[in-house]
Design a protein around this ligand. Structure first.
Ligand code: PRP
Length: 546
């Protein structure tokens, strides 16, 4: 049968959307053209190797791959910075710097299935090549701010950071690449509790540990630089801070104080950045709408060493926003997505004990949106997976969700707090007498958590077949659908009453407070207030329970 739909992650635009999109593009292009940035274009398809050279740690599953007639692997371009670096190093090898390029082009990245993300989006951006750091960074930042000035009434916030500071600290303690990567993920995800546990296990001086522990919260105004100065422990780190201070002060002097902020915990997934990095957020858009930074090593990978800095705007992310009227007052109301079921009672109890108005939550009937009678908060009770989806889209500012669901469903949000409730474990279980570690032939695992099961067995080097089961997973081995199950165990009653035994404990799980990345900028004060209340509750409880 012919399908009259578009492939996953693709989108048609109706005339109103096309009109707004072109208007945004023209606005951005005009600002760039006025500063002598000339248009450049590159093919939609690139050799697979071009992106392998450009992006060390890209995720293979995010690529659209295909082959040419000769069987050579090609990819749909994932960004425009890598192709422009290739062009600058080859076709402009002999052209004297500076080079100023701009582009409006579609880039492709496969997002989580059914997550509501767009896999083809238009980037409108600029690259400045061959200009020294301060001068080049200021030119790009000033241009980005001017190009996006039309978003000021949408509460635009541009946050700047300097990756050199984190790198200098890591160099001092000679971290292995995988340790550094894990550390970067925890810091960039503002995962404060797991970060503290992770750092405790690493052998490093107390001052280094204190610096890394504080990094996720080093965001805000100029005071951040003073605090960071107290934690910095090498000249290179201090130089990185001084550099950032000079950029920040220059932007403030140019009248951007309201729009610009600092975030020292920004460690981008793309590893080509060196020095300055920045991201921009606006209200009601759950992801960064602009990102950029310096990438001094990238062009050199294609054969001609040149320093460079640039940025790109995700035009499509702005289209729905610009189709709505701006809200001049800007709502500060918080939306909290709570997981219903197991975690619900305990979460409501915490909120009640910290003095929030939970009456409607306790007598909710069939109502789905429940307003706090004490605070300016709306709660909605949803399934765990949906809590993540709502937070990723910025519909909910905060989510309360189990770590089991986070392991399974990705993490495009800040995982800011371990609530210490809903404690249970991921386990591998089966009937007595079945030793799946020694079994010959196929091993079949039943689970609600295929990703967790896959990662666990990959780590052990065991090839398994996974059967996804949505509930009462313990039935699997009993009815011989599978050899064993990967599931959560809280009290162990379900296993015991069904004659299953634990073969291995995979990891501990508890409920987490997650935060949308854009909300963290736009409603920072309100979010930090909720976190402070819950943290105080947690500390009181830890004292009581010893
Ligand atoms: C979970 C899990 C186990 C059970 C473990 O299922 O999948 O079946 O709880 O808890 P216990 O160790 O305290 O017995 P849940 O109750 O969420 O329902 P489901 O099986 O329908 O998913």
């Amino acid at each position: 049968m012919i399908e009259f739909t578009v492939p996953a992650g693709m989108k048609d635009l109706i005339p109103e959307e096309c009109r707004v999109k072109r208007m945004i593009e023209r606005r951005l292009e005009d600002v760039m053209a006025a500063r002598d940035y000339v248009e450049i274009s590159s093919p939609t398809l690139e050799h697979y190797d071009t992106f392998s050279i450009g992006l060390n740690n890209r995720r293979e599953e995010e690529n659209y791959r295909l082959t040419d007639a000769g069987g050579k692997m090609l990819v749909l371009r994932q960004d425009m910075t890598v192709p422009i670096a290739r062009i600058a190093a080859t076709k402009f090898k002999h052209v004297t710097a500076p080079l100023r390029f701009r582009y409006t082009a579609n880039v492709f990245r496969i997002t989580r299935a059914f997550g509501g993300g767009q896999n083809e989006i238009t980037h409108c951006g600029a690259e400045l090549i061959g200009v020294p750091s301060h001068e080049g960074d200021m030119e790009i930042l000033t241009m980005a701010l001017e190009a996006m000035a039309f978003l000021r009434e949408r509460r635009l916030k541009i946050e700047i950071g300097n990756i050199d500071i984190f790198n200098a600290a890591c160099k001092e303690v000679s971290l292995r690449p995988e340790t550094k990567h894990r550390l970067a993920t925890l810091i960039n995800g503002k995962n404060l509790d797991e970060l503290a546990v992770f750092l405790e296990r690493l052998d490093m001086p107390a001052k280094t540990r204190a610096f890394f522990n504080h990094l996720p919260l080093l965001c805000g105004g100029r005071e951040v630089l003073e605090t960071a100065g107290e934690y910095a422990f090498t000249d290179e780190m201090r130089a990185g801070l001084t550099y950032l201070a000079a950029i920040y002060d220059a932007l403030v002097a140019a009248g951007h104080e309201e729009t610009v902020a600092l975030d020292l915990s920004k460690i981008p997934a793309l590893d080509y950045y060196t020095g300055l990095i920045f991201e921009g957020f606006v209200e009601n858009v759950g992801e960064p709408v602009v990102s950029g930074g310096r990438y001094d090593g990238l062009i050199g990978k294609f054969g001609t060493d040149r320093r460079a800095v640039g940025f790109s705007v995700k035009v499509d992310a702005l289209v729905p926003l610009m189709l709505q009227p701006a809200d001049p007052a800007g709502s500060e109301k918080l939306n909290i997505a709570m997981t219903k079921g197991r975690l619900e009672k305990q979460t409501v109890r915490i909120l009640e004990e910290v003095g929030y108005g939970v009456g409607p939550l306790k007598n909710k009937g069939r109502q789905l949106v429940l307003s706090d009678t004490e605070k300016d908060i709306d709660y909605f009770l949803v399934k765990a997976n949906d809590a993540i989806t709502y937070v990723e889209h910025g519909v909910a500012d905060i989510g309360i969700v189990g770590k089991d669901t986070i392991y399974e469903s990705g993490n495009d949000f800040y995982e800011m707090m371990d609530l210490g409730i809903g404690k249970c474990k991921f386990i591998l279980a089966s009937l007595p007498g079945i030793d799946i570690f020694k079994k010959r032939g196929h091993v079949t695992i039943g689970t609600k958590y295929p990703q967790v099961a896959k990662n666990y067995f990959n780590g052990l080097g065991i090839d398994i077949e996974i059967i996804k089961i949505d509930g009462s997973v313990e039935l699997g081995p009993i009815l011989r659908l599978c050899d064993a199950v990967v599931d959560i165990m809280e009290t162990g009653t379900t296993l015991r009453e069904n004659g299953l035994i634990v073969l291995d404990e995979i990891c501990d799980i508890s409920a987490r407070l997650i935060v949308n990345k854009a909300s963290f900028r736009i409603k920072r004060r309100e979010i930090l207030a909720v976190m402070a209340d819950i943290r105080a509750w947690r500390e009181r409880n830890e004292i009581i329970s010893g």
